[in-house]
Design a protein around this ligand. Sequence first.
Ligand code: URA
Ligand code: SF4
Length: 251
Amino acid sequence: MERGHANGGTGSAADFIPPNASLTALRKAAATCRGCHLYKNATQTVFGEGPRHARVMFVGEQPGDAEDKAGHPFVGASGKLLDRAMEAAGLERDDAYVTNAVKHFKWAKDATGKRRIHKSPNRGEVRACVPWLEAEIARVQPEIIVALGATAGKALIGPSFSVTKQRGIEQKTAWAPSLVATIHPSAVLRAPRPIREREERAFIADLAKVARLLAHGKRERTHRRSDKLLPWSATEAPSLTSSAQTRSSRR
Ligand code: URA
Ligand code: SF4
């Protein structure tokens, strides 16, 4: 029997999260999540990966085509760019926990019916999936969270989040002692030729800021269970009305 609203569940991933589970047990449980409809058209759940007590956690939007097939986050074109930028900024990918706001690939067929085109998750889908992210954060307790792009920013900070206004600025949240947002690597890849290099440099500069914050010394890992503070717990769910919702692009 499917769990969900009709049966008194939350209609979200929360119905599938075993209490007090380890990261490994969470990953296993996420593989059979039916917290929203996105599992139906995707190959598999793509859960976060990285050291259990990573000091820094990167949060993207959702797996893309390559991640959906491979079962690992950020292994496609965006992931390659992220790897390069992290290296240029002095961050080790192997030291970071890398995950996404939404764990299943949302897509639609292109006009030829041959290619799967990325569709940004809507606010209901982010809301349904965010309990996994919260569980990951609670286990890893990163000192710094890096939100990659608008979907991650809105999921973590709330509907008023703006990448252009808040990128590269250290913010305090209930999730972790520090949060730094930047653009999504796919936005760098999509940038028109003349500004592409500049966008990549700016992306690296934001990550270099994260590297500096980490080098400045350890932050106390203070993740609180913050059900009342999360943007998604508000009675009125925030709306993800940015162009990210309607934009369809390859990630
Ligand atoms: N884009 C994302 O947001 N996440 C991935 O894992 C890959 C591409
Ligand atoms: Fe569960 Fe998230 Fe997948 Fe929806 S997208 S089925 S909430 S793991």
